[in-house]
Design a protein around this ligand. Sequence first.
Ligand SMILES: Cc1cc2nc3c(=O)[nH]c(=O)nc-3n(C[C@H](O)[C@H](O)[C@H](O)COP(=O)(O)OP(=O)(O)OC[C@H]3O[C@@H](n4cnc5c(N)ncnc54)[C@H](O)[C@@H]3O)c2cc1C
Length: 387
Amino acid sequence: MDFELTPEEKAFQKEIREFLDKECNENVVAETLSMEGEGPYSKELLRKMGANRLLTPRWPVEYGGRGMGAMAEAIKVDEINSHHAPFPLDGVEVGNALLICGNEEQKKRFLPGIARGDIEFALGYSEPDAGSDVASVQLRAVEDRDEFILNGQKIYNTEAHFSDYHWLLTRTDPSAEKKHRGLSLFMVDLKSPGITIRPLITSAGLRTNEVFYEDVRVPKENMVGEKNGGWTVIMNALYGGGGGGGLATGTKRVIDTLVKYALEEKQDADENQWIPETMAGLYIRTHVGELMGLRATAFADLNVSPPYGGGGAVSRLLGGDTRRLLYNTAMQILGPYGQLAKDSKWVPLNGEILREYMDAPRWTIVHGSQEIQKLVIATRGLGLPRR
Ligand SMILES: Cc1cc2nc3c(=O)[nH]c(=O)nc-3n(C[C@H](O)[C@H](O)[C@H](O)COP(=O)(O)OP(=O)(O)OC[C@H]3O[C@@H](n4cnc5c(N)ncnc54)[C@H](O)[C@@H]3O)c2cc1C
């Protein structure tokens, strides 16, 4: 298998890397690292990226993309992560689903705005009693002439406090025999009367939100797909975008930094004999994860789900696990000094590790927990029955 980037992909990588080297300044990085969500500097950067068609390289040219393949998307994600740039993943995920399930009017209304960096979406799937089992969603949508009236609660809707629209999964038929057949998907203006957004802060300091709906009215033309056909729409949103990441530039950079630190600071071979073995294990995992991600990305361009789980379940599983192990190992190598505050003069490696260590478990939950990724691999990939 040849994973060498094509000349067009190499040129795109160079372009976005040079762009972010120049434009992703310390104000943007500070906003990203604050974990409070996008602020004014991030918005400005996203608009500049949009003006250069760097946000949605895979979308058709008519909607603000470049008509490139899934590898361009992987390159974009890799560069954004490496530069600590803002990550407008939710809007792009919504756009991917709109390309498949939206009508022409919806595509024209939303896709160019997302591609320009003007329109942001928050994902509104999870509820207090519907996380892994997202088909259990209860937020009620009741038809009223040319509108629907919405009542209920969402939880962990991370980008809701700075987004323009909510990509909202609702229940339109509570009596459906199979619960996933009674769901509908809406795009709701987050400034609509009756919406209350309340902060929830994770142990790592990341801002996410609870969102409450009280008699909120949404026009019928904001429904995506058929009434009670929301399940098909979210399957396309969750698995239709294709690809599973791939390039692991940021992770490799952290490994290189740890190796350099260990060579300089951990010279007692007896005391530190666990380090080479652990680092070798991490190196192998990172490369396996990268290869699995690249493979999923290659399959995405063929419009085929990779074997052993659709939509990159394997690379999500490996990616989340590797990240957790990476920062666990980093904290062990740094020892107690790693726990010092970022502004302490004694903290090693600019105090970057603690924040990432605290945040690492997020990546084993947020795109579906590790158990759920395994379930996808077992049922979709291996054909085993669902419990
Ligand atoms: C930081 C953060 C950001 C998030 N952002 C968003 C967002 O923007 N929008 C959004 O809609 N959601 C978001 N989520 C929610 C996320 O998608 C859910 O947390 C996730 O799907 C798990 O759901 P849950 O928390 O309800 O856990 P549960 O589903 O209650 O699971 C609890 C435990 O049980 C296990 N489990 C559940 N079902 C099974 C099963 N069938 N077999 C085996 N084990 C099982 C799980 O693996 C887990 O370990 C976010 C979550 C976090 C932590």
